[in-house]
Design a protein around this ligand. Structure first.
Ligand code: ZN
Length: 317
């Protein structure tokens, strides 16, 4: 049975693209690693933010539906928080940076690690977890945050479900996660190899099923080694009578989708070909990239897209 090594990316629905990029690039200091459009809805941007190289396990991606987009409603079957790792010595830096820029921060401690909780401009739950250990995330040398304070890829996601069992079974029996403790109703799972960005927390909620829209997470993607391994995961889902997509080409990775019984859309994604498939490393995210089959329509596509001037950094005036 294949085993995922952890998170690959998380994709969410934002409102205004400008506010979204200003927050994730300008304030949080993630690098803009790809600026493209939703291939199925070319009037909507698709933004990818991550470490300098867009390393799997560091990337949060958004479809900014603009302020006219339908608001989502948080509920069962949704991601309650996306957590990034920060260095232990960076906690006070981040409290100060966030509060100075008008973001309310709540301090907590969880499984012995300091946690900062806050929301992005659309109400998506974010956390910074001061975790020790090594991270493969590559600092962005020209970023607005000093290299030794930058986000170091994902720590975890927290999924809210009506009841633990069905989702836990998919994590353990299909994806290869193992139980790793419980604290205050939070059930922690860690992917078998116990590496980077390898934690999923499950919490139970009394809320009704959520509704996808602005301010909610669309799906959570886990790492698969290869297309061959995606086929093995597909078989593992089917053996549990869970429907999947076909294996699809997402330009920067190959992907397989399945909605787990608790309602969360799971994806599995390969590391290849990565974000340098259509841009040089130094240029990632600097201009609008379209797949070949849309390039002929570039002018019309650009004319339809909402206003967006590129990310602004606080203090740049
Ligand atoms: Zn995805």
């Amino acid at each position: 049975m294949p085993v995922t090594t952890g998170l690959h990316h998380v994709t969410a629905i934002a409102g205004d693209p400008q506010a979204n990029a200003d927050f994730y690039v300008g304030l949080l200091g993630l690098r803009f690693v790809k600026r493209t459009v939703n291939h199925d809805d070319t009037g909507t941007y698709h933004f990818y933010f991550g470490d300098y190289e867009g390393t799997p396990g560091t990337n949060v991606t958004f479809f900014p539906w603009t302020e006219r987009g339908r608001r989502g409603e948080f509920g069962a079957g949704q991601t309650r928080a996306i957590a990034y790792r920060i260095p232990v010595a960076a906690v006070d830096y981040w409290v100060d940076r966030l509060e100075t820029n008008g973001v309310a921060v709540e301090r907590a401690e969880r499984f012995g690690e300091p946690v900062l909780r806050f929301e992005d401009p659309d109400g998506i739950g974010l956390e910074l977890v001061a975790a020790g250990g090594e991270s493969p995330a590559v600092p962005w040398p020209d970023g607005p945050v000093p290299a030794d304070r930058q986000l170091q890829g994902f720590h975890s996601v927290t999924l809210a479900v009506e009841s633990l069992g069905p989702t836990a079974d998919v994590l353990t029996d299909v994806l290869g996660f193992e139980e790793d403790g419980t604290e205050d109703g939070r059930h922690r799972y860690r992917s078998g190899p116990g590496g980077f960005a390898a934690v999923v927390d499950l919490v139970e909620t009394d809320a009704d099923r959520g509704r996808m829209g602005v301010g909610t997470v669309h799906h959570v993607a886990f790492r698969a080694e290869s297309v061959a391994e995606l086929r093995e995961f597909r078989t593992a889902y089917h053996e549990r009578d869970i429907r999947t997509s076909d294996i699809v080409d997402r330009s920067y990775f190959h992907a397989l989708y399945a909605r787990e019984p608790g309602g969360v859309l799971f994806e599995l994604s390969t590391p290849e070909p990565g974000f340098t498939a259509d841009e040089a490393l130094a240029d990632l995210g600097s201009s609008l990239v379209l797949p070949e089959w849309l390039e002929a329509d570039r002018e019309a596509i650009e004319a339809q897209l909402p206003a967006f001037d590129g990310p602004t950094v606080p203090g740049d005036g």
